[in-house]
Design a protein around this ligand. Structure first.
Ligand code: ADP
Ligand code: MG
Length: 680
């Protein structure tokens, strides 16, 4: 057996299962080795039933004392209830929809169960535990790994596969220089795999896991460090004259806020210095980041340089085009739009004009980073809603010219420590104040019973000439998921809001259709816009004062906060209704936070606590490669360690050319895929 063999060489994997596994990027034995358990269950010892505590997981065994199951022909989900005792106490084992195991348990038979203890009317219960007849060989004792669901395989099947893989542990070659293994007290790879998949105890497992977390984070950090080093090479920035900034600022219809001004000071220093600008602007939805981008681009044009801003959606790019056109009306500045949906001939015109320098300001989607886009004298690149792009897209954009000034803007508040890791080469400015006169959005959490009253209120607002967004979690009705679909809502609201124009927008529409609807909403011809989360990013309609989020329990805090940021943009009082159809503890907790604060940084903190770091800082959201075992927050200390080592590696060998790093290099290429220009 060879570590590079296909998974089909294992017993129990035929072509069908192999195909399912391949969909999840598991093709070789090695890939399977890297399928790590998501948790462990301690099934080393059985616990006396008399000692069970509610809320914890236990392995118990005992005798069935009685059994209750009344199958009825019309009620399908009669529960099966089995009372189990071991002399120290009794516990009730409950299964719903129990027809399939109705005859499995016999009175006086011996069984063991693994599951969580709960209570029902003061009686201890286990609902749907794993169960085994006494002596069943599948009833493993020990610390049992629980794997993520892959390829439709059961836990037992995966465990059996891992057992077969024990033979290849000795074929795994160390890929780090011995020096690093020793200095960081790393376990050997064979030891790590053994103790991750078959841990003797918690300590061994943690040692193994540390090795894997270290490997993953070192790969990540060295890859990032390599890319930063590439972009940072020869850092003599284009100098932009900021002398005429006041001309633009004085012409604005409003005063800049304190946060905008202090950020502008940072930007001004960057632009006018020889050092190229490299700055991240963090500011909540509606804090007014766009105007700063406009100011920069205005100054570039005045200094004779081109500039480009990249937005994550076409909708947003078009909105920028509109607001930039308005803002630059008094000045002689040429603006153009570049999106992938444009006709070939239109695109060609823009490309030519960019190359011969007649366009000063380019606004676009990721179309602007395509190789055929060439500038005459680019001075600055800006990415809007940076968190929607990959790290590499930012660096590709900044490679469009020499000595470019780079500014990235994001509405996702990231704690400073994490930002430093993710965007280590960037300086950071935060806009923490909102434009004056902006009224706080009033937020109400309502349940299904109050839903109609909420919509009556919406109708009142529509009568006053306002507009509303209604967001649903699904596009179309689904049999499996009990939640409102946008289509369903559209029909209901068309009826309810007779006399007003209701429209529907979702991701399955063609780009042109989406744009038409959106444009009509901006013009005020549509009063109620029913949508899925496609409107999440950056849309700005000041007359829209209502945001209704249906099935709010299906949205995360960060997402709801982004959605709410769509309203409250004008001088009118705005409202947000969270219609919650499932009052689980976490849904109620989220509602409480949403109704009590509008501060994105505060909400991000709360989100972190509620959901745990893995989810909110899911690397995907920040355009980083996916992590398999590490968690950027929980393993912040290892990350820091990895970052320092990565830095010293790149300092000593910027191209990772020496033999000792060939293993590391291979890993980086695998992790970053085509996003990294690094060759073996
Ligand atoms: P975001 O930071 O979410 O990108 P925008 O830049 O879209 O926010 O700004 C939201 C709205 O606030 C825009 O209509 C913009 O013109 C307006 N705005 C920006 N700065 C100010 C200010 N200092 N005073 C009043 N309104 C402002
Ligand atoms: Mg914006």
């Amino acid at each position: 057996m060879n570590i590079e063999d296909k998974v089909t060489t294992l017993k129990g994997i035929g072509p069908k299962k192999a195909e399912l596994l391949s969909k999840q990027n598991i093709d070789t034995l090695e890939d399977l080795l890297y399928l790590f358990p998501r948790k462990y269950e301690d099934r080393r010892n059985t616990t006396p039933i008399g000692e069970l505590e509610v809320g914890k997981d236990y392995l118990i065994s005992g005798k069935v004392l009685s059994r209750r199951y009344r199958a009825s022909s019309y009620k399908r989900n009669t529960p099966l209830s089995v009372l189990v005792g071991d002399g120290t106490g009794t516990v009730e084992i409950v299964f719903f929809n129990a027809r399939y195991i109705a005859n499995f348990f016999k009175v006086n038979g011996e069984y063991s169960f693994y599951g969580r203890v709960s209570t029902n009317m003061d009686r201890n219960q286990m609902v749907h535990p794993e169960f085994f007849r006494a002596g069943d060989p599948a009833d493993i004792r020990g610390i049992v790994p629980v794997y993520p669901a892959v390829g439709g395989l059961s836990q037992n099947e995966i465990r059996r596969l891992q057992l077969q893989l024990k033979d290849v542990y000795n074929q795994i070659e160390e890929w780090l220089p011995e020096r690093l293994v020793n200095e960081n007290r790393l376990a050997s790879l064979a030891y790590a795999f053994e103790n991750i998949h078959f841990p003797k105890d918690g300590k061994h497992m943690l040692q193994g896991k540390f090795r894997m977390v270290f490997d993953e984070l070192l790969t990540l950090e060295t890859g990032l460090c390599y890319m930063k080093n590439e972009t940072a090479r020869d850092r003599n920035g284009v100098v932009i004259d900021t002398g005429c900034a006041s001309e633009f600022i004085d012409n604005l219809p409003f005063e800049l806020t304190e946060g905008q001004l202090s950020t502008w000071k940072d930007i001004e220093n960057d632009l006018s210095s020889e050092k190229a600008m490299n700055r991240l602007i963090q500011g909540d939805v509606g804090s007014g980041k766009t105007v700063l981008a406009q100011l920069c681009m205005f100054l570039c044009a005045r200094s004779g340089y081109q500039s480009v801003i990249m937005a994550p959606t076409e909708l947003l790019a078009k909105q920028h085009l509109e607001s930039f056109t308005e803002a630059f009306k008094p000045y002689d500045i040429n603006i153009a739009l570049l999106c992938s949906s444009m006709k070939g001939s239109e695109k060609k015109k823009v490309l030519d004009a960019l190359e011969n320098g007649t366009i000063d300001v380019l606004i676009g989607t990721h179309a602007v980073i395509q190789p055929e886009v060439k500038f005459r004298n680019l001075g600055m690149v800006i990415t809007d809603e940076q968190h929607r792009f990959g790290v590499n897209q930012r660096s590709v954009l900044s490679q469009k010219g020499n000595h470019l000034n780079v500014m990235v803007m994001t509405a996702t508040p990231i704690p400073r420590t994490l930002a430093v890791i993710l965007y280590g080469d960037l300086d950071i400015s935060q806009i923490r104040s909102m434009p004056k006169g902006r009224k706080k959005v009033k937020t109400y959490a309502v349940n299904g019973d109050m839903r109609n009253r909420a919509y009556d209120f919406v109708k009142e607002e529509l009568r006053k000439g306002r507009q509303a967004y209604v967001v649903a979690p699904l596009i179309e009705e689904s049999e499996n998921i009990d939640a409102k679909s946008a289509e369903e809502l559209y029909e209901e609201l068309t009826d309810k809001f007779r006399g007003f124009k209701v429209a529907l927008i979702h991701g399955n529409l063609k780009q042109k259709e989406k744009d038409e609807v959106m444009e009509a909403f901006v013009r005020g011809e549509i009063h109620v816009l029913v949508s899925t989360v496609v409107i999440e990013v950056g849309i700005n309609v000041a007359n829209a004062t209502i945001m209704v989020i249906e099935n709010s329990e299906r949205f995360g805090l960060a997402q709801m906060h982004q959605l709410r940021g769509r309203v409250g943009r004008g001088s009118q009082q705005s409202y947000c209704f969270l219609i919650c159809h499932n009052e689980s503890e976490i849904a109620l907790e989220r509602n409480k936070i949403m109704t009590s604060t509008n501060d994105g940084f505060e909400i991000a903190e709360a989100d972190l606590q509620l959901r745990g770091p893995g989810e909110i800082f899911g690397t995907r959201q920040h355009g980083l490669p996916e992590m398999h075992i590490s968690d950027l927050i929980r393993h912040a200390d290892v990350l820091e360690q990895a970052k320092n080592i990565a830095k010293s590696i790149i300092d000593s060998d910027p191209g990772l050319e020496s033999e000792e790093y060939s293993g590391l290099k291979k890993r980086i290429i695998k992790m970053f895929g085509e996003n990294i220009k690094l060759e073996l």
